[in-house]
Design a protein around this ligand. Structure first.
Ligand SMILES: [Zn+2]
Length: 287
């Protein structure tokens, strides 16, 4: 029972561009289930991204309950709210024996008040006006919709020197309040420069939004590469994970001013940039 099937924002942005219709009715694809974990502020979390198999999501239980209470107040009865990591259906609801069952995408847990108000009005009162605010919010947060391409191959996170999962976990807690989820990381494939030659350029890190995967160049897995530098590279890629690209006219800015500002919040930023300048030749030559 999902009366909102005809709404354009039920489609992912990609589908919308392609003009395709949402197949939600034919194929109900709910997430494998919200994995509820204790409040991350009081309990250290184990890292969910260590296991690349299947979607697992963090749900901030306090935020879920707060939203559930909001639904209850508007509905005037029992409400069960589930948080999903669904790719296509951002909101579904139905009533069973007087209980309102609502499933919403996890992006709504961090939504501003006016969006939550619209969400509740939409679900409880069928307020179609509210769908505009919701649609805009989904658009702005489309980078948080789970990757549509499965991640290829096994992920290699533990290098000979640096452990990427450990680094990612530290960054998550130090800079993102421990709430980052669904981001994967791996050492990239080894490439060697032709013998005796240096590379012309090197991509030390990359982020694939479609896979939600950070790749770190294996040349950084060396004893002479300081950990803070690897951490800086991962931090940069994490910012790509949390910040959408900025559009300026028809151009896409990968590193808008806000991105650069946040990048400088990295505690060893100056040191890392200076290290890179001093060692770029060595990195280009490294085999
Ligand atoms: Zn970048």
């Amino acid at each position: 029972m999902t009366p909102q099937l005809g709404f354009p924002w039920m489609a992912t942005p990609k589908q919308r561009r392609a003009g395709s219709r949402v197949r939600a009715a034919a194929m109900p694809r709910m997430a494998t289930g919200a994995l509820r974990v204790p409040d991350p502020r009081v309990t250290p979390l184990t890292l969910p991204w260590v296991t690349p198999a299947g979607p697992q999501i963090f749900v901030h239980e306090g935020a879920r309950q707060a939203l559930e209470r909001r639904f209850m107040a508007a509905f005037g009865g029992a409400v069960q709210l589930a948080i999903t990591d669904n790719r296509r259906r951002m909101i579904t609801h139905s009533k069973a024996r007087g209980v309102l069952q609502v499933r919403v995408h996890m992006m709504f847990l961090g939504a501003p008040d006016r969006v939550l108000e619209a969400l509740v009005a939409y679900v409880v009162d069928g307020d179609r006006q509210a769908s505009q605010a919701i649609g805009e919010y989904i658009d702005e947060n489309s980078h948080r919709i789970r990757a549509s391409r499965p991640v290829p191959g096994p992920l290699h996170t533990r290098g000979e020197v640096h452990d990427l999962v450990e680094i990612l976990g530290e960054l998550n807690h130090e800079y993102f309040g421990g709430v980052l989820a669904n981001v994967l990381i791996t050492w990239g494939k080894k490439t060697r420069p032709a013998s005796g030659r240096a590379r012309r350029s090197i991509k030390l890190g990359s982020y694939s939004a479609i896979e939600r995967l950070i790749r770190v160049h294996p040349v950084l897995d060396r004893a002479w590469v300081p950990r803070y530098f690897v951490k800086y590279i991962v931090f940069h890629e994490l910012l790509h994970h949390v910040m959408p690209e900025a559009r300026v006219g028809s151009r896409t800015l990968l590193h808008p001013p806000e991105f650069l500002r946040r990048e400088r919040e990295f505690r060893q930023y100056e040191r890392a940039v200076a290290w890179e300048c001093r060692h770029i030749d060595r990195l280009l030559r490294a085999r």
